[in-house]
Design a protein around this ligand. Structure first.
Ligand code: ADP
Ligand code: ZN
Ligand code: ZN
Length: 724
């Protein structure tokens, strides 16, 4: 039998199979092959009787990690997202299975040789081997440690030195994922409310896709869990996706408490062995529920009864790096393949999801009421242009300053949220709130310092820099930008004794930074937590009674058609942090655009009102879901090469246009982030009607594939989460 094998070589850019001979085996099998001079791992993706090549080498069967259903999903992804085989395959198998022929997931564990006194061991190591001595003392004092931990701490040579001298003893420990050990064990028994019970009934007795729209605190988690339980009773399995940032011990604890060892957790905090361990428990059927961030959609489960995507509006469900894919579409395809239900849950659904629900593609299930007796606090909107005209040039309004003082006096806590997602460099008038926008797209313009001009990221149109406000004539027109550090500084000036914690990309660089800050704040080691959108989600803090939102409109001016949608989601989510438990909360929102409809509806958390307004705007301005934005992103280490490739892509697409009818807006330009990781970035952007999209997307993929950069890449993105 001839096997067509995709060989796992990370350096190769070619998407092709190699022929090998071997016994008959299922597609998706993992094989060991000789490739050049190397022994490598491969995956069988095709079988045939004859080959055009002579003298074929043999592929040896190892195991079959990918099921036929997963293979079907893989092939859907390849055509929908133009993925290379190997990139798609890698999503389905844990790293361990790609690196080693026989993965060892019991881990080596070192202890000191207990049969001799420590002094004797120290003597044997010798005083000149300082590193080895350090390591020895460390092992002795901790009672033993994993080999991998030790080598990363002390270096491989010190540890192998120790092992060579026979002063440590090696054993194999099969350690279950340590991140689980400290989790909550107690399951809280509750009686479902009427709307929860009816939501569960509709989901369990129905089929297809459900949109679960429930305000913050309406008890969606309980609905998910009960719906999963119903499926388990029928002998089915379940996948539950949450945004990576919500994979908190708290959330995981809830599931562990309810479902015990049937839960497998897949998240980025696990090391390769732990990941493999969890994968294997799912594969063998020992675990029946996979919980994780977006990649858990590829979990090796059979017989799936339900797939749940919590916070379905979250941007992280769209993968923006290779391999690029949209988790919701993948989930929908997988659910359909195995006849499972798909539940999309959110307090502020994606505009497209809600539209589909209103059109009947999705079944709308609602949880209109909060469980807690307290309603969500109404937002107080403060007009910062009025404060400015009244002489307050600081970043805190008078109302927020007073509220902070009261909160501190009562010994309660506050959160201050500052919107600093990505790089926003819109131009705003401090006096009247005017924002420079594109005439054609109604999207705020971005200031490009190097060219001294304003640009629209959707159509590429360029505008002169402005120094005077066209609306009121003021010269107080500038880039809106303050940072979290500034906020902390100002807070300390206003309240010298205040204890502040800051959470943003800088303070959470270290892996545990995020949880550490949250824990410190939860145990009241600080009075105020200042942060970016990272603090919008996560723990409930019972003692937080004030939420301040600075620059609430800043997110409105990301040059992005989702700007209003994102802002609505953010402010309602952040505001929901105030008064979660038994204390009443207060929310103060500062903006330069107090009359914007986002705030009008956001004030009372009126999602449906907001949706109706927003969907109409999308219709009028011809943005998704009524159209598709397609961006071809070209990157190269060499500027001239990037320009040439962009020109190539552009002219190929113009040809398509000649055949398929004019695309709306077609720009070819330097990307807003002109350089990333040493590569120059260019983009060709177009807006297609649904009919054009259906007819053209494979041609656009082909056009992009046909262009080769010198050491860079060409990628196609559909409705990208940002145009940066
Ligand atoms: P959501 O995910 O919709 O924001 P949660 O699922 O976090 O809401 O529920 C909010 C709180 O209400 C949680 O503390 C949860 O334990 C509690 N809760 C949920 N359902 C019930 C119920 N039926 N009875 C009592 N408490 C409940
Ligand atoms: Zn434009
Ligand atoms: Zn003005």
């Amino acid at each position: 039998m001839i096997l067509e094998v995709i060989v796992d070589i990370s350096t190769d850019n070619v998407d092709r199979c190699f022929d090998y001979v071997g016994e008959d085996m299922p597609l998706g099998s993992r094989v060991a092959v000789e490739f050049g001079k190397k022994q490598l791992i491969g995956f069988v993706v095709g079988k045939k009787e004859t080959s055009d090549y002579g003298d074929l080498k043999t592929a040896r069967y190892l195991d079959a990690p990918i099921s036929s259903e997963q293979l079907e999903l893989l092939s859907f992804m390849r055509t929908s997202y133009d993925l290379r085989y190997i990139d798609a395959l890698r999503l389905f198998v844990p790293a361990k299975l790609r690196e080693e022929k026989d993965p060892e997931y019991s881990r080596k564990f070192l202890t000191v040789d207990g049969s001799r006194p420590l002094e004797q061991l120290v003597e044997q190591v010798g005083s000149r081997a300082a590193k080895q001595l350090d390591a020895l003392m460390y092992i002795a004092s901790t009672g033993g440690q994993f080999l991998s931990v030790l080598t990363s701490k002390f270096g491989a040579s010190a540890i192998s030195g120790l092992r060579g001298k026979g002063v440590v003893i090696e054993s194999l420990v099969h350690e279950r994922s340590t991140p689980l050990s400290g989790l909550q064990k107690q399951n809280k028994k509750v009686t479902l409310t009427d709307s929860q019970a009816s939501a569960v009934r509709r989901i369990s007795n129905g089929k297809g896709v459900f949109l679960l729209h429930g305000v913050t605190g309406s008890g969606k988690t309980e609905v998910y869990q009960t719906a999963i339980e119903e499926e388990l009773k029928r002998g089915k399995t379940a996948i539950m996706l949450v945004p990576e940032i919500s994979l908190t011990p708290q959330v995981l604890g809830l599931f562990r408490a309810r479902f015990g060892d049937s839960v497998a957790i897949l998240h980025s905090g696990l090391n390769a062995s732990e990941r493999y361990d969890e994968w294997k428990r799912l594969k063998t059927g020992e675990a029946k529920i996979a919980i994780g961030a977006r990649s858990a959609i590829f979990a090796p489960l059979e017989n799936i009864g339900i797939i749940i995507i919590d916070e379905e509006h979250d941007a992280s469900y769209q993968s923006e790096n290779n391999p690029r894919y949209d988790t919701k579409s993948v989930a929908q395809y997988r659910a359909a393949l195995c006849g499972a239900k798909l539940v999309l849950g959110s307090a502020t659904p994606d505009i497209e999801s809600y539209m589909r629900a209103t059109e009947g593609d999705y079944q709308l299930v609602e949880l209109p009421d909060r469980i807690s007796k307290y309603a969500l606090p109404e937002m107080e909107i403060v007009d910062m242009t009025a404060e400015f005209r009244g002489g307050n040039r600081g970043m805190f309004s008078i109302a927020l300053r007073e509220a902070l003082q009261q909160t501190l006096d009562r010994g309660e806590q506050a959160m201050i949220f500052l919107n600093r997602r990505g790089f926003a460099s819109f131009i705003r008038c401090s006096e009247c709130g005017y924002i420079a926008k594109c005439e054609d797209c109604d999207i705020s313009l971005t200031y490009h310092i190097t060219e001294h001009e304003l640009k629209c990221h959707y159509c590429g149109k360029r505008y002169h820099e402005i120094t005077k406000c066209p609306n009121c004539g003021s010269d107080r027109i500038k880039q809106g930008k303050i940072g979290t550090e500034k906020v902390v500084e100002e807070l300390k000036k206003l309240f010298p004794k205040v204890r502040v914690l800051r959470m943003d990309r800088d303070t959470t660089q270290r892996k545990d930074g995020y949880f550490k800050i949250l824990n410190q704040f939860a145990s009241h080691e600080a009075d105020v937590l200042v942060g970016t959108q990272m603090i919008a989600k996560g723990h409930d803090f019972g003692n937080v009674t004030l939420v301040g939102i600075l620059e609430a409109d800043a997110a409105l001016y990301f040059s992005d058609y989702r700007a209003s949608e994102r802002t609505f989601q953010l402010i309602t989510q952040v505001a929901g942090r105030a008064g979660r438990a038994d204390k009443k909360g207060r929310v103060i929102l500062q903006t330069y655009a107090p009359r914007h409809y986002v705030f009008r509806y956001g004030k009372t958390y009126d999602y449906v009102g907001f949706f109706k307004k927003e969907i109409n705007t999308r219709l009028v301005t011809k943005f998704p879901p009524y159209t598709k934005i397609v961006r071809v992103l070209i990157s190269s280490p060499d500027e001239q090469d990037a320009v040439n490739c962009t020109r190539d892509v552009y002219s190929k697409i113009r040809q398509l246009e000649a055949e398929r009818g004019r695309f709306v807006y077609l720009g070819a330009a330097r990307s807003p982030i002109t350089r990333m990781n040493g590569l120059v970035r260019y983009q060709v952007t177009m807006r297609l009607t649904p009919e054009q999209f259906g007819a053209c997307i494979s041609d656009i993929y082909a056009a992009a594939d046909g262009v080769r950069t010198k050491g860079g890449s060409v990628f196609v993105e559909i409705n990208p989460q940002s145009m940066a």
